[in-house]
Design a protein around this ligand. Sequence first.
Ligand SMILES: [Zn+2]
Length: 298
Amino acid sequence: MKLSFKALALFPVLFSLFFVFNNYYGNYYDSSSDGSEIKEIYNNSIPQDVKELMRIYRLENGNVFGAKTLRVPILMYHYVEYVKDKGDTTRISLNIPPYIFEEQIKTLISANYTFITNEELADAISGKSKLPQNPILLTFDDGYDDFYTDVFPILKKYNIKATNYVISGFLNRNNHLTDSETREIIDSKLVEIGAHTVHHSWLKGKDIKYSSQEVLDSKKELEEKFKIKVVSFAYPFGAFDKDAIEAVKKSGFKSAVSTVPGADQSLENEFFLLRLRPGARTGDSLLTWLKQKEFAAF
Ligand SMILES: [Zn+2]
């Protein structure tokens, strides 16, 4: 009796904690058909710990480089396909149908946006090269198979560039890119392959040794298999902290993308670049939205 009273008293506390957490992070689950579960977390706004990291990097880089801010939207996609299973609400919520994706591309081309890769952005941030006018990035997480079947033909049709962050240990799995599809994508010279760990691992709060291994091994596996240089990274679940950043830097990456919303990139956030989910926006609503100063929750 005494115990159940305590349990009852705990309930509102746990409920409030759950509510606070859920308000802070909007999250979703994706169960891929091979049973491996992928969960991504999007921040509703720039979290306090990220603001603190930005402050630290500003102090580290400000005096040396002047931390110039570049306005470069990095659009983030997961699935682009016609979802066959209408009951798969998770996939539907993450998906942009190919005809909308193509409309978005047409909108951006007509507004004179230039599509660049993550490496090209990193080189511009570090002052090694200059950006074209109206630069924008198309980024795809997880290396899903529909990138080959639905996205790649559109990239080729309009001759535009993109970046795909591949989970090295998930290649050739059901629902994911095969080695030969990845080879063909690389050979097109339109797509940069970035890393996304070996096992889609959560890195925030993890031991730096563990993170370094996941991060470096994914880079090495992709580089050795495809004889390419892998210099761009995406944090699985958008989960990172100072140790995760150190692991990425030490592994020889030029930059990393997060899921923190925004379009202003600089040396302050070179290792947690801000990204945007365009949703189904096309035409003027897409263009007006891209020009916003503040971006709301994903
Ligand atoms: Zn992912």
